[in-house]
Design a protein around this ligand. Structure first.
Ligand SMILES: C[S@@+](CC[C@H](N)C(=O)[O-])C[C@H]1O[C@@H](n2cnc3c(N)ncnc32)[C@H](O)[C@@H]1O
Length: 312
């Protein structure tokens, strides 16, 4: 199997926008590529957080792995989305202010929305400016700056991870591997639920093995994929399709239509899986792949339109 670093080379490099003092570059560049995974994943994540809260009796503490500027915290703490923020930062007046003034505006902005209260957030990211921004505008209860691919968690990192109930990641598998997840789990004093949205081009087997060694059972949500973003250019498109084909995966109707697709993996203690398997825990309301039975489809426009009956 190819290592993640090799697979990651099939994707465009966005390091420059991950490491800025504020999120404007992130929303401008990824927004222009219709990056949407935090929003597309949100209804599913919300159902999982609710299930976890029901089990433990309190709103869960989430560790957002690769938290960047705190986007998942925004989406699950406030009635806001990636799309809202993209519009906010695209405003020409917003583009003109300096990073300190922007952070002050953002502190007030988040302070002016009612909390949904779905979770508390601890953020982990290798980018110090991103974590500092997210903490400074009030999105994170705690921020961990670190790269557990190469370095062991420090005592203060372990303390921040102690209370975590749910380990979440969107758009980060590939940058992080089983090494990061092993370091996280070994820093915790109780088994978490782990919720990962992983691009299909990054095999999840080695990560699931790390969880199995620590007593967690991994399920993949059947019958649904989640669009992450459009391909940046022809090179990225061709590389991704070639990678998936090498892995023996059919791209028809998915990546071949022009977007990266992620899958949902959830790892939990065996008794929690037995009490409610993943398929019962979450419902994907917007998934076209979840339709069962005959569908009627209109092809073409105007007088030339034809209605076809498509069997499932
Ligand atoms: C595509 S962004 C995803 C951000 C956010 N989760 C979202 O969906 O909008 C990937 C993030 O992974 C972070 N990252 C890359 N390598 C990492 C590592 N070894 N440990 C933690 N974070 C890492 C990057 O700094 C960046 O913020």
């Amino acid at each position: 199997m190819q290592p993640c670093a090799t697979l990651n080379a099939s994707k465009a490099n966005f390091d420059a926008i991950y490491d800025q003092p504020d999120p404007r570059g992130y929303f401008s560049v990824l927004g222009a590529l219709d990056y949407m995974i935090p929003d597309v994943a949100a209804p599913v994540i919300r159902q999982i957080l609710q299930a976890r809260q029901k089990r433990s009796g309190h709103p869960p503490t989430v560790l957002d792995v690769g938290c960047s500027y705190g986007i998942n915290a925004v989406v699950h703490r406030f009635p806001l989305s990636f799309r809202h923020l993209r519009l906010r930062y695209a405003n020409p007046e917003m583009a003109a202010v300096d990073p300190e003034a922007l952070a002050q505006f953002d502190r007030h902005y988040y302070g002016s929305w009612p909390h949904i209260g779905a979770a508390r957030f601890v953020g982990l990211d290798v980018s110090a400016p991103a974590v500092r921004y997210a903490a400074s505008v009030g999105l994170l209860d705690a921020g961990v700056i670190g790269n557990f691919e190469t370095d062991a968690p420090r005592p203060e990192d372990r303390r921040a991870l102690h209370e975590v109930d749910v380990v979440l990641s969107t758009g980060c598998i590939g940058y992080v591997t089983e090494k990061t997840f092993a370091a996280i789990l070994d820093s915790m004093d109780r088994p978490p639920w782990v919720v990962s949205f992983a691009l299909r081009m990054f095999p999840y087997k080695a990560i699931a093995a790390v969880f199995a060694e620590r007593g967690l059972v991994t399920e993949k949500l059947a019958g649904a994929t989640f669009v992450q973003r459009r391909f940046r250019d022809l090179t990225e498109f061709s590389n991704c399709l070639a990678t998936l084909e090498k892995l023996g995966l059919d791209t028809a109707g998915l990546e071949a239509e022009g977007c990266f697709h992620a899958e949902l993996f959830v790892s939990r203690p065996r008794e929690d899986v037995a009490a409610a398997p993943l398929g019962r825990l979450v419902t994907v309301v917007s998934g076209r792949n979840r339709t069962v039975g005959t569908r009627f489809v209109r092809v073409g426009r105007g007088a030339a339109a034809q209605v076809l009956r498509v069997p499932s």
